[in-house]
Design a protein around this ligand. Structure first.
Ligand SMILES: Cc1cc2nc3c(=O)[nH]c(=O)nc-3n(C[C@H](O)[C@H](O)[C@H](O)COP(=O)(O)OP(=O)(O)OC[C@H]3O[C@@H](n4cnc5c(N)ncnc54)[C@H](O)[C@@H]3O)c2cc1C
Length: 292
């Protein structure tokens, strides 16, 4: 099938993109890498009357490492994040997550902002954003606002982005502790497919091996990726033993609301949430223990 007819404009700057969104309102959509939007248009699941192309906007493509945050422009290609060694050193969860996102070909074209704005509940970058507590900067012709990841994702393919807003940049918290480790894991039918269920974790340890900070989350088991700050807080002060990790993952799995489809029942997805949640926490702990 072919997309319904639409008008198209390539914006040269963020200000121009915002002005076009302000003019065309609800009938306009931004197009970044097109890896999700184009198939949806071809299937006529979405029919924007006006496309605003943000691919040529240089100010939306960057990676900048600061002391407490790594900032990435929304239109930075996923592959640029994946290959950035400085970013991987400061926010290792991003490279770990990106290894599971589609294929090299889709990562060459797909953008970090497109994945977050598309907000597939099984997508890896939204889960990484939730687990790390990323902040997302949204810009419109009226100005900019910053939204926490926990307030950004509101349901399957639903976010707090308003029709006149463009996601401008994402601020990924950097953990400056020496003994820090993270991990991302998932189960899918084939590698490169969207996850059936995924899990991500990051922990920091004191010199005596006790946990000083922990975060973890589950993707694909609710309408949006979930993080479990209260459960993770109970791990702080423990030695992150296997039993404590299993308990945390079991508690988290109870909070998931998975659905059933032809790939898996909700019971199997909840089982995976527990198993993968524990696996991600254990792998993160092992990396933190071996960090120098
Ligand atoms: C074969 C295949 C396999 C894939 N597998 C996976 C996978 O395993 N995991 C995964 O996470 N993804 C997967 N994807 C999707 C891929 O990661 C997409 O790149 C991503 O979902 C969308 O990014 P994009 O830049 O292509 O955005 P587009 O498709 O251009 O846009 C997607 C949506 O985001 C909006 N948007 C884009 N940029 C902005 C912005 N800056 N501000 C506000 N709104 C914006 C658009 O209006 C649109 O609604 C796959 C895609 C394909 C084709």
């Amino acid at each position: 099938m072919k997309a319904a007819p639409f008008e198209y404009s390539r914006a040269a700057s963020l200000a121009e993109a915002c002005a076009l969104l302000a003019t065309h309102g609800d009938s306009a959509k931004l197009i970044a890498g097109g890896q999700s939007l184009v198939p949806m248009m071809a299937m006529r699941l979405v029919r924007p009357a006006f496309l605003v192309d943000i691919n040529e906007i240089a100010e939306l493509k960057f990676v900048a490492i600061e002391t407490d945050f790594a900032r990435t422009g929304a239109c930075t290609r996923q592959v640029m994040l994946e290959r950035d060694d400085a970013l991987a050193a400061r926010v290792p969860l991003l490279r770990q997550a990106l290894a599971w996102v589609g294929h090299v070909q889709t990562r060459n074209r797909g953008t970090v902002g497109g994945s977050l704005a598309h907000a597939d509940p099984s997508a890896e970058l939204p889960l990484a954003a939730q687990v790390l507590g990323a902040k997302l900067v949204l810009r419109s012709a009226k100005g900019a606002r910053e939204v926490d990841a926990r307030d950004f994702f509101s349901g399957p393919m639903m976010t707090s982005v308003r029709p006149d807003e463009c996601l401008e940049e994402i601020r990924w918290p950097v953990w400056n502790e020496k003994r820090c480790g993270s991990a991302f894991t998932e189960i899918s039918i084939r590698h490169g497919d969207f996850a059936m269920v995924s899990a991500a974790a990051q922990v920091a340890l004191a010199a005596d091996g006790r946990c000083t900070r922990a975060t973890f989350g589950i993707g694909g088991a609710a309408g949006a990726p979930l993080a479990f700050p209260k459960i993770a807080a109970r791990l702080v002060g423990t030695e992150l033993g296997d039993e404590a990790i299993e308990d945390a993952a079991s508690e988290a799995a109870k909070e998931t609301e998975p659905g059933s489809d032809l790939h898996a029942t909700k019971e199997y997805r909840r089982h995976l949430a527990r198993v993968l949640g524990a696996r991600a926490l254990r792998e993160a702990r092992e990396r933190a223990r071996s960090a120098k």
